[in-house]
Each structure stands twice: as C-alpha cells, then as structure tokens.
Design a protein around this ligand. Structure first.
Ligand SMILES: CCCCCCCCCCCCCCCCCC(=O)SCCNC(=O)CCNC(=O)[C@H](O)C(C)(C)COP(=O)(O)OP(=O)(O)OC[C@H]1O[C@@H](n2cnc3c(N)ncnc32)[C@H](O)[C@@H]1OP(=O)(O)O
Length: 421
C-alpha cells in the first residue's frame, strides 16, 4: 500500500494556523521518522525531525501520536514547525516577502535510524502570510514609510500600528497575519529604511505622530483612536507614543522597555536621554555569545531616572506580554515598573502576562525560537533566551491574547481562528 501524507485543512494555510498531519499506508506499529524542511528567501535551510510509530492500523496522526525523540518529544502536532532549526547557526526565521508563502517539505522516512533511511512519502505544504482578500498597500505619505494591510471585511475597521524590534528595515509578516483577523495594520519602518534616519541615535516622536494621524485619517480605518503593537525597541516606542501622543486607544507591548534605550528621544521641547549602560556587565556564554541582560542601568536610580518613559501620561489600556527568560533586557521588571507607575498615578492596572521559559522574540505562532543571532546595536551575536517548547506555547497564547485585547478595545469583527495549543 502506498504511503500518503495528508494535511488538514488541505492546501495552503496561514503561517499562524495549526495543521493536522496524517500519514496513512504504513505497516502496523512501523517506526518512522518525519522530517520538515524549509528555505527562507535567502536560501537559509531550516529543519526539524521526530521519530514516531504507526498505530495498529498503520496510521500516524500527529494529533494523537507522541513524538518519541528528535527535535522534540511528546504530543506536539505543530512541533515540526516550531522546532525548526537553522542549518547555519545564528539565523532567525523571518519572512521578508509576505506575498509569497513558505514551502515546507514534509518527508516520511522508514525507521528511526539517523541516516540512510528509505523515503516512504512526502508532501509540500505552503504556509502563507496574506489571508484571501487582504490588501497590501505601501505607505509613502509625508515622511511616513511603511506598509498597510487591509482586511477583506467591509470597511471601516480598527487600525493598528505595528512596530518591530531594532534592526532597521521593514518586517511586515506580523502585520500581514494580523490583518487576516479583521484589523487594518500598518507595519511602520522607523530607521535605516529608504530615506528614514540611518540610526537610532535621535528618535523624534513627531514621525510616529504623523504615522498615527495617517492611519487615523485613512478612509477605511475607524476611530476614535488606533492600537499600538510593538516588540522590543518597538514596544518601547509604543510606550513613548502612548505617553506623549494623542489618538491611542490600546497598546500591546511585547518585551518592551519602559525606559528610553540607546538613543535620545525627542518630542516637541522635551527629551528623554538614553539610560546608561555598563559593558562590563556583558557576560559571555560558553558558546561565545554575549548575554546583555544585565548591561542596562536601572531607571530607578540617580540620573537614569530621567530615562523613564512617563507612562502615567498615557490615556489608554495596556497589555504587556513578557518572556520571563528574555535575555535582551529585563522585560518582566519593566512591565512591573510600568504597572506600578501607572497605578501610582491613579491609572488602571495594566494586564501583564508573563510566560515562563520564554525568550525575547515572541513571534506569531509556530515561528521557531531563535536562541541567538546578531544584535545590530550591540554589533555581536547575543542570546535571546527561551526554551523551544515553552516559547512555542507562549507564542500561541500571546497571539490570541493580543487579538482579544484589540478586539475588546478597538472593536472589529472576530476573524481569528482559535489556534490549538
Ligand atoms: C561586545 C561589544 C559591545 C558593544 C556595546 C554594547 C552596548 C550594549 C547596550 C545596549 C543593549 C540593549 C540594546 C537594546 C536595543 C533595543 C531592543 C531591541 O530591539 S533588541 C532587538 C535587536 N534586533 C536586532 O538586532 C535584529 C538584527 N537584525 C536582523 O536580525 C536582520 O536585520 C533581520 C533578520 C531583521 C533582517 O535582515 P535584513 O535587514 O534583510 O539584513 P541583511 O539581510 O542585509 O543582513 C544584515 C545582517 O543581518 C543579519 N541577518 C540577516 N538575516 C538574518 C536572519 N534571518 N537571522 C539572523 N540574522 C540575520 C546578518 O548578520 C546579516 O549580515 P550577513 O550575515 O548578511 O553579513
């Protein structure tokens, strides 16, 4: 009997949606190894594998069969995706062109031996980043540089500004996936992109104010305010935007800092100096990567208090999503200090969700954990923290939490599929 690999739902699906992998036509109890592989747009190879045994009917259903070893163990229907590892170390899986899918090759190999296995069957599964009908509009309005994703639902829809980590350029994949949930989402570039500033040495919030106003004035975006979604430096910028700017209705901060880091922040006649740091607090791991989690000074002491972002001026609710094993900086400490500052000024207690074993890059579901990669500001590879399985769980939960938060505070049709854990 021929071995077949089928995916349910069949055909192309969104990267953030679960898929059921079923292998049929095996011998009863047959030991097999499943292998997943994909190449990013620069040709970097990412692979995962796991060992299984078919059931008495020669069927292998990853929603029912535990992995016996390999890249992961246990009942993990999506393990072959979130456990992908780069062939070359220090590569993070990112989608640069959201208009094309990632093609994931799934192979079924006979036996559990690590090599020279007979190929029994294979399938190529496409996972894309644009739901049917989602429109992608480059934004070149005034100084604003970004890309707006508009859902297929009838307008108007709530607007969200999505700001990624330091690194420059423009990563659109989170915004494109979120637009599939009924939001108009603008991925916003803010440095080292086209004619934007080349560095973060001086950040002027007026640029972000122009971006918020652009989105608010878009004919298909409904007010009275927009949501903000930011990760890492992007999360820190969202906190500053919510503190200084008008028109912000909700803000989700993923591993952001409540202190101004690296460059000087300017808004009208105010400035926030960058918090100090001490390179001597950089630790080196046994693999030779930098651990910078202790390098920044505390914003609660001395002159560094001037770098604390005045979140008490914000008028919007906050959701903080925190990786408790974040090694870029102390995200849990920052979320707790922001919460204390808000409450000390009579503001609502923000929602803070902390995820154990979770590192810095809390991405949409099923992105594999990146243990270490180049930190453009530090100029050397750093560890980001996290343990793959816990990090994967956190990504799936965080993705639902932020959608629920935005639907609650911004409105919009529930277009989300509740991804199973
Ligand atoms: C010991 C010395 C100490 C000095 C002083 C230290 C002071 C420390 C004080 C500050 C500490 C705290 C700072 C906190 C900063 C704010 C918080 C954050 O945002 S934290 C978040 C910080 N986040 C970051 O720093 C993000 C780092 N940036 C990236 O990961 C990439 O820019 C990208 C993947 C986002 C897009 O890449 P794209 O724009 O297309 O760029 P290109 O294709 O043109 O490649 C250029 C280079 O980028 C890389 N690289 C490229 N692709 C990948 C990849 N898939 N996967 C991995 N890496 C990748 C690769 O190296 C490549 O060079 P090469 O190998 O080609 O020679």
């Amino acid at each position: 009997m021929t071995v077949t690999v089928t995916l349910e739902p069949a055909g192309r699906c969104r990267w953030d949606e679960p898929v059921r992998i079923v292998v049929r036509g095996l011998a009863p109890g047959q030991p097999v190894t499943l292998r997943a592989s994909l190449r990013d747009e620069k040709g970097a190879l990412f692979r995962a594998h796991a060992r299984y045994c078919a059931d008495a009917a020669g069927l292998l259903d990853l929603e029912r069969a535990p992995a016996l070893g390999g890249s992961f163990t246990g009942l993990e229907p999506m393990g072959l995706f979130w456990a992908l590892e780069p062939e070359k170390p220090l590569r993070r899986l990112v989608k640069r062109d959201v208009q094309t899918p990632f093609a994931v090759e799934l192979e079924v190999l006979d036996g559990h031996e690590p090599e020279a296995q007979l190929l029994l069957g294979r399938a190529v599964h496409e996972r894309d980043f644009l739901a049917p009908g989602v429109r992608r509009e480059p934004v070149r309005a005034g100084r604003v540089r970004g890309t707006l994703f508009l859902p297929p639902e009838p307008a108007p829809f709530p607007g969200i500004v999505d700001i990624s980590a330091a690194g420059g350029g423009l990563l659109e994949y989170r915004a494109s996936l979120l637009a599939g949930k009924g939001f108009g989402v603008m991925a916003l570039a803010y440095y080292n992109y086209e004619d934007l500033p080349k560095s973060l040495r001086h950040v002027h919030l007026e640029y972000f104010e122009e971006a918020v106003n652009y989105l608010l004035n878009h004919p298909q975006v409904k007010g009275p305010g927009v949501g903000l979604l930011g990760i890492s430096k992007g999360g820190e910028l969202c906190l500053s935007m919510a503190s200084f700017l008008k028109g912000i209705t909700a803000a989700v901060i993923i591993n952001g800092s409540v202190v101004n880091v690296w460059g000087t922040l300017h808004y009208k006649d105010e400035i926030l100096p960058p918090v100090g740091f001490n390179q001597n607090r950089i630790k080196m791991t046994k693999d030779g990567f930098a651990d910078i989690v202790e390098v920044l000074n505390s914003p609660l002491e001395g002159a560094d208090q001037k770098s604390f972002i005045p979140v008490e001026r914000a008028e919007c609710p906050f959701l903080f999503l925190v990786g408790q094993d974040d090694h870029n900086w102390k995200s849990e400490f920052y979320a707790n200090e922001a919460s204390k500052r808000l409450q000390a000024h009579g503001k609502a207690k923000p929602q803070v969700i902390c995820y154990p074993g979770t590192g810095h890059y809390i991405e949409p579901p099923y992105f594999p954990l990146c243990p270490a990669s180049l930190h453009t500001l530090v100029g050397t590879p750093v560890i980001w923290g996290g343990e793959p399985r816990a990090h994967a769980r956190a990504q799936t939960d965080a993705w639902q939490q932020l959608q629920t938060f935005f639907h609650k505070h911004l409105g919009g049709e529930k277009g989300t599929i509740l991804a199973k854990l």
